[in-house]
Design a binder for this molecule. Structure first.
Ligand SMILES: C=C(O[C@@H]1C=C(C(=O)O)C=C[C@H]1O)C(=O)O
Length: 452
């Protein structure tokens, strides 16, 4: 299957490729996504991982050819255009094209918070080695900038893949951790102030986030956490971006946008309750959530806003029926929302129009964002931002909302959780809801945690 000599170019072709982005895609035998990721330990600090919520599609990116920090949507879009204009496809027929992996910040900050290191304002990478995996198929896309000897450049990448595939996957046992919810009193006071602000009619809803700090004896290992999240959190997107010693990781249930050739699909996910110990209790809790006036109200704000925001990009906005989105620790009210894509509407322009939805920002958006910027103590970094991938050639891709997540550096990690505040919010109840939302990450990091 793997070609022995990857490519033969004539001198003229070589000349034409000089300075251009070139890519070459080929098939591998099917791979177990996480096992393959474990085999890439030698590339730690230079990897990205993405898996869809049905577990059917996985992307693993290694060895950035390009890295983007301080990622405005415009900057990434400009790169996509530039790449397309300077790209040479060496794959004989069809084949996959190069993709960017990574995410945007919740909002761009002038003054970075140290816990995020270089990831504060978002991060994307263009991998030299990109694995695209589905249940039955594994493909790899090699991307490089053509220099004097392109064939050697590509063969060098191909040789690295061979080495990766021969590795033994290593599994590490998770370490015990200490956890501390940060600034709780201040946060409860902010909930109260926000409710007051809502009651005087300044806003309808604002989503407030807080942090839980975790500490281990030794540095956290991204692969260990990722493997546990994959095992524990079904029905969620699993994502990881690494930048040297810093990584952002999570298991989010919320799709922001999927763009295929034909459609744009998004979802409203808002309104939360725990899972039951028994099936009967679980159904009861689900029904309670679906019929609860406060949660219905919180949710409807999200549906209405998404409908408005998506409208200019699709033929007709279709809203599916209300459903429960059930995860390991929590369930939400959820509607699929989609429409047929109108011509000349880019995926990133939809990201810009949607983000942040009132599931993460608030309503009205500008007022809520201004309120968060002035009142929220800690920077959100990539928490709550769009995270996923973008095809550089076909303008297809998918972005989830980067929640149920945390940023890690050496032996410290900061988990984030937020919740929608409306006029009927009670601070202690909202704290309990955010506690529930820390659970997936705590469980993902360790079997043993002590909370201060
Ligand atoms: C903000 C978070 O979750 C969001 C807020 C929800 C809510 O307020 O009910 C539910 C799902 C998410 O859209 C989070 O998990 O941190």
């Amino acid at each position: 299957m793997e070609p022995t000599s990857i490519i033969k170019l004539t001198p003229d072709q070589l000349q034409a490729s000089r300075g251009k982005y070139v890519s070459y895609a080929y098939d591998l035998s099917p791979q177990d996504p996480f096992k393959l990721f474990q085999k890439t330990a030698a590339y730690q600090g230079q990897r990205s991982f993405w898996q869809t919520n049905d577990g059917q599609q996985t992307l693993i990116g290694l060895l950035p050819l390009k890295q983007f920090y301080n990622c405005s949507i415009e900057k990434i879009q400009a790169f996509q255009m530039n790449f397309r204009a300077n790209w040479l496809n060496l794959t004989p027929i069809n084949g996959q094209s190069p993709r960017l992996l990574g995410g945007f910040a919740f909002n761009l900050k002038d003054q970075p918070t140290s816990v995020w290191h270089r990831l504060e304002n978002g991060y994307f990478m263009l991998p030299q080695i990109l694995f695209i995996l589905s249940a039955k198929k594994a493909q790899v896309v090699l991307t490089t900038i053509s220099k004097a000897n392109l064939a050697v450049q590509l063969q060098h990448l191909q040789a690295q893949i061979k080495v990766i595939l021969e590795q033994k996957p290593i599994t590490e046992v998770a370490q015990p951790i200490k956890g501390e919810e940060l600034a709780v009193t201040k946060w409860l006071a902010l909930v109260k102030r926000s409710v007051a602000q809502i009651k005087i009619g300044e806003m309808k809803k604002v989503v407030l986030a807080r942090q839980l700090k975790v500490t281990g004896e030794k540095a956290f290992n991204s692969a260990t956490i990722l493997g546990r999240l994959i095992n524990q959190q079904a029905n969620t997107y699993h994502f990881l971006v690494e930048d040297g010693e810093t990584f952002f990781i999570g298991a989010t249930p919320e799709r922001l946008i999927q763009g295929t050739g034909e459609k744009f699909a998004t979802a409203s996910v808002a309104g939360s309750i725990g899972r039951g110990q028994t099936t009967i209790e679980d159904i009861k809790l689900g029904n309670q959530l679906l019929n609860d006036a406060k949660n219905q109200y919180e949710h409807q704000i999200v549906v209405d806003r998404i409908k408005q925001s998506l409208k200019p990009f699709v033929q007709t906005v279709e809203v599916g029926p209300a459903q429960l989105l059930k995860n390991h620790d929590i369930q939400h009210i959820y509607h699929p929302i989609m429409g047929k894509r109108l011509p000349n509407k880019s995926l990133l322009s939809v990201v810009k129009a949607l983000h942040p939805t009132p599931a993460l920002g608030g309503e009205p958006r500008a007022t809520a964002i201004a309120w968060l910027a002035s009142e929220e103590e800690v920077g959100r970094g990539m928490y709550g931002g769009p995270i996923g991938w973008l095809d550089l050639i076909h303008d297809e891709g998918e972005f989830a909302v980067g929640l149920r997540s945390g940023v890690f550096h050496q032996n410290a990690g900061y988990l984030y959780a937020g919740c929608g505040i409306v006029a009927a919010s009670v601070p202690e109840k909202e704290r309990a809801e955010t506690r529930l939302k820390f659970q997936p990450m705590l469980r993902g990091i360790s079997d043993q945690w002590i909370l201060k």
